[in-house]
Design a protein around this ligand. Structure first.
Ligand SMILES: Nc1ncnc2c1ncn2[C@@H]1O[C@H](COP(=O)(O)OP(=O)(O)OP(=O)(O)O)[C@@H](O)[C@H]1O
Length: 551
């Protein structure tokens, strides 16, 4: 434990004065508004470190952090683990709004009565069908109702958390705001929200306009701004600044104040989508050969990423480039159980996979506080890794066969034991969820292995480690990459209100640290699987491409 006056940001980071103020604020709520890459998420990670290491969030109480996307929640959890160590990070719950709502529902489901009764094997899907199924959109309102009507639930939550964080607060909807006011309004919990109105891309889903100001007024929060862009090279910052001068003129700064010539922006026009796929795959191959880790390259698509990038996937295969198609995988790779299985395969098949090994062992140690049991399991896993490692060395041909892996993975999960697996996520204790999830992971692993014939490549594709990411702009929120390629800057993809498309384009380009590539084509081949509108004839989105010029 250290005293607050001795606390310093970890990992050699220096915080600008307002970030330091927000990270170490001991009273009341705080709201931080700042542009992309200003270090909002980093400030939250440092604040968690401050609260945990000084004991201002005392054991056994916890910090709750809420983000919008699984990746962003995981990113924050990972930052806290790196900054404060696994022991402190155990008291940091980084969840999406949906996961938070689901936890409340799972914990207090037995007390639900009337039309909202849910049976223990309920599933979450598109539509509600009580008592067997709940729709995604019902989860937040149902969690709010539970907190309103069940004082144990409300009290339990308030007893657990002393501090609450919100990332990307600009996108909070009225239902989410209600959940959070019901849970933490009029309590002593300290709330810290960060956001950027210029990155408001959930208006279509009901994001509340003026939510940052509303929070500031209703919670009498200290409002702070951050000013430096820590992410993007100056050339990229100048392009962002041009867009800011249109979206929020008050936030723009004179272009000449952004000094320096580092950073690359290129606009690549192509006659056809096939030419585009070919050239982009060559470019990515070239980047990887030049030493850029594949996971530092992302291809962003506004909509229908699966279809728009279809030809690119084939071109990546031809160039032997591992990629992770986020749309196909949905959120499977964010399941701790899937990570456990993938890390297991990765440790056994990679030549040097220290991160996978550390994550594997770390997951096991985080699962329990019962030390003797942890040590036993830890030993059993190490033995299993040893013997299986030997088998693989003696019979290398087993590596590429799904028939080989399936029983070994099941045996490994057996060693870990159901009670430990259930401790990974509250939802695993429901009905057949655990069994179904194991089957789902094995199925997707088998399918990918059949396709790529290499278990390490299969796992990389499934987890995104060492794989180029292909994802929608929405999923890229809060993430960053050295090289970002925005595929199809065309009127036919960026359709809708200017306010909405401009904010999405802004989010996309501001993910790039060093290089930004924008493409557009005249002809985009209609894929067989396309069911929605698809215009083959395409036109460049001149206004957006114009931002890339004269910078
Ligand atoms: N004080 C700092 N010193 C050095 N690097 C920093 C600092 N703050 C943030 N960074 C780095 O800058 C990058 C951007 O930070 P971060 O992701 O926290 O920004 P953000 O404001 O949340 O961005 P966005 O809203 O675009 O998602 C990260 O790589 C982060 O590690």
């Amino acid at each position: 434990m250290i005293s607050p006056s001795n606390w310093k940001p970890t990992d050699g980071i220096t915080l600008e004065p307002n970030a330091y103020k927000a990270a170490t604020s001991d009273e009341g709520s705080v709201i931080v508004a700042a542009g992309p890459g200003a270090g909002k998420t980093e400030m939250l990670a440092q604040r968690a470190d401050y609260l945990l290491r000084t004991g201002i969030c005392p054991y056994p109480r916890r910090i709750l952090a809420i983000s919008f996307k699984v990746d962003a929640a995981r990113n924050l959890q990972e930052r806290v683990r790196k900054r404060s160590g696994a022991k402190h990070a155990k008291r940091f719950d980084s969840l999406t709004f949906h996961a938070f709502a689901k936890r409340i529902i799972d914990n207090y489901r037995p007390a639900l009565t009337g039309p909202h009764t849910l049976n223990p094997r309920y599933v979450v899907g598109e539509e509600a069908d009580f008592p067997n199924a709940i729709g995604y959109k019902n989860m937040v309102p149902l969690a709010t109702e539970i907190l309103r009507t069940n004082s144990y639930a409300l009290h339990g939550l308030r007893q657990t958390y002393t501090h609450i964080f919100f990332d990307e607060f600009q996108d909070v909807t009225s239902e989410q705001y209600e959940l959070f006011v019901t849970a933490f309004g009029e309590t002593s919990a300290q709330l810290t929200a960060v956001g950027d109105t210029k990155q408001r891309i959930m208006a279509f889903a009901g994001a509340l306009e003026g939510i940052m100001g509303k929070f500031s007024t209703e919670f009498d929060a200290l409002s702070l701004n951050l000013y430096q862009n820590r992410r993007s090279a100056p050339v990229l910052q100048r392009m962002q600044n041009r867009i800011i001068s249109e979206i929020e003129p008050h936030d723009a700064i004179p272009q000449k104040e952004i000094e320096g010539e580092n950073g690359i922006i290129e606009v690549l026009p192509f006659p056809t989508s096939s030419d585009e796929a070919q050239r982009i795959a060559e470019l990515v191959r070239h980047q990887i050969d030049a030493g850029i880790p594949p996971s530092e390259i992302a291809v962003l698509v506004r909509q229908q990423a699966n279809l728009v990038a279809g030809e690119l996937f084939d071109a990546f295969d031809a160039q032997n480039i591992s990629y992770r198609n986020d749309q196909e995988l949905q959120d499977l790779a964010s399941e701790p159980l899937a990570m456990l299985i993938f890390n297991f395969v990765q440790v056994l098949t990679g030549t040097n996979e220290p991160t996978a090994y550390a994550s594997l062992m770390n997951l096991v140690s985080v699962m329990s506080t019962d030390d003797e049991k942890t040590i036993r399991i830890d030993r059993a896993i190490k033995e299993k890794l040893n013997t299986l490692g030997k088998t693989l060395r003696n019979n290398p041909s087993c590596r590429d066969s799904a028939q080989f892996w399936k029983p070994e993975i099941l045996d490994f999960l057996n060693l870990v034991s159901d009670s430990f697996l259930i401790a990974l996520s509250a939802s695993y204790s429901q009905g057949d969820r655990l069994k179904e999830l194991i089957a789902e992971v094995l199925e997707v692993f088998e399918r990918t292995l059949d396709l790529v014939k290499d278990p390490l490549d299969a796992v990389r594709r499934l987890t995104g480690t060492n794989a180029v990411r292909v994802l929608t702009i929405h999923k890229s929120k809060g993430l960053e990459f050295r090289h970002v390629i925005v595929l199809g800057v065309e009127n036919e993809l960026f359709w809708g209100s200017l306010e909405e498309t401009q904010a999405e384009f802004f989010v996309a380009i501001s993910r790039a640290k060093e290089r930004l590539t924008l493409t557009h084509v005249n002809f985009r081949l209609r894929p067989e699987q396309a069911t929605k509108r698809w215009d083959e004839k395409r036109s460049a989105h001149k206004q957006f491409l114009e931002y890339a010029k004269r910078i």
